[in-house]
Every structure is written in C-alpha cells, then in structure tokens.
Ligand binder design. Structure first.
Ligand code: CA
Length: 231
C-alpha cells in the first residue's frame, strides 16, 4: 500500500515542488492550498502524514493542528518561514511531530517525512513497556499511564518518556535524548530539550504531587526515578 502525504501549502510553486519530490520518493500526494479543508480531507483520505504550512489563508496551521489532534494522531510536520518561530511553537505544545524551516531543500523535506514516518511506526519489540506496575507505555497505541491514570503527552514528550522508561535509573545524556527525539540530528538547542523535560515533569508531577520523577543530572543528562506512588 502506498504511503499518503497530505501537503497543505498556499504557495502553488512550493506545493508543486513538494509534490514532485514526494511522488519521486514513492509517496501518494494530495495538495491543499488552505486550512479549511484539511480536517475534511483527513477524514476522507486518511493520510499517513501531513506537511502543514503555518501561515495559511483561512484557518492557519496552528488552528488546523489543534483541530486535528482532538481526534487524530496522524503525524504532522509543521512548516514555518521563521526559525525563531520554532521555539515558540514548541512551547505551545499543540502536538506537531516535527518542524521544517523555509527555505528548505525539497530533498531535506522528503528525508524528514521518511524519518517521522519511521519514528511513528511502533517498535514491535517493545509495544507495551511496563517498567513496573506504576508506569505503562504502549508504543502502538501511543499511550502512557502512570498509576493507572492516562497521561496527555505530546509526541515528543511521549518519546522522551519511553526512552527514559526503557531503563529507569539510568542516566541518559542530552545527546542521547536529542538523537532519540530528533533522529535526523539537526540542531536543536539544549533549551528546547529542557522545555520538553520541564513539560513532561509537570505532567508527571500532577499525578505524583511533590515527587520529581525526572532527575536532571547537572552537566550530564536525565534519569527517571519512579519511586513509590504512595510516598
Ligand atoms: Ca504560507
């Protein structure tokens, strides 16, 4: 079965270039030039991934992303014209899986699409990862439960938690975390990683008040300490 990519881009030339490169990469492509038709198209066509421009006529990329995330976990790559926007977008936690800055090379876009699709495939060896009774991570359903309560995580937070939970107590270096979160090794600032860690920590702490499950090891990295649900 072919893999379907929905391209939402209002600049016709850019949309056409993406179509040509993605089709050459073996993907089936549909292009939309506005945000209003995205939800409908996702419902009818079930794309495997969406390349979503931030600035669009009608609903902008942020609105579209929020709207989709209510009912769909389809991987979304956000495309923005400004690199400074990315930090701001990350802070908003609206659930995009990756970001690309304009101007981009279409080759890079295809590589990124491939990477996100690969990442979104469940790792069959570890579909359900139960580190102990308290934390359960289901890589296929993309869900995580702490003390039996579902965690509402962004895709990046989910991968971060799954990585740390693969070996509780072990220190994962920032580099290792970066490589897992963004497997194309592009430059992401430490501040970006810190902000994801901070957000994940906050969500865990909501279920375990007063406990800090993710320890920062200064100058080295992070580790998960599950501790005792009742302490
Ligand atoms: Ca645009």
């Amino acid at each position: 079965m072919t893999t379907r990519v929905l391209v939402v881009e209002d600049e016709p030339k850019l949309a056409e270039v993406l179509r040509v490169y993605l089709e050459a990469g073996g993907y089936e492509v549909v292009c939309l030039d506005n945000g209003n038709e995205v939800a409908d198209t996702v419902g009818r066509w079930s794309p495997d991934l969406i390349l979503l421009d931030l600035m669009l006529p009608g609903k902008d990329g942020l609105d579209v992303c929020r709207e989709l995330r209510v009912s769909s976990a389809v991987p979304i790559i956000m495309v923005t014209a400004r690199v400074e926007e990315i930090d701001r977008l990350l802070g908003l936690e609206f659930g995009a899986d990756d970001y690309i800055c304009k101007p981009y090379s279409p080759r890079e876009v295809v590589a990124r699409v491939k990477a996100v699709l690969r990442r979104s495939q469940p790792e069959s060896s570890a579909l359900v990862q139960a580190t102990d009774d308290s934390l359960q991570i289901d890589q296929e359903a993309y869900t995580a439960h702490l003390d039996g309560v579902g965690l509402d995580l962004t895709p990046v937070e989910f991968r971060l938690l799954a990585l740390l939970a693969s070996a509780p107590g072990r220190i994962f270096s920032r580099d290792r975390v970066l490589a897992r979160l963004y497997d194309d090794h592009r430059v992401v600032t430490d501040r970006t990683v810190d902000s994801h860690v901070k957000n994940l920590r906050r969500k865990l702490e909501a279920l375990r008040p007063g406990q800090d499950l993710i320890k920062s090891v200064y100058g080295v990295g992070y580790r998960l300490e599950l501790g005792d649900p009742d302490s």
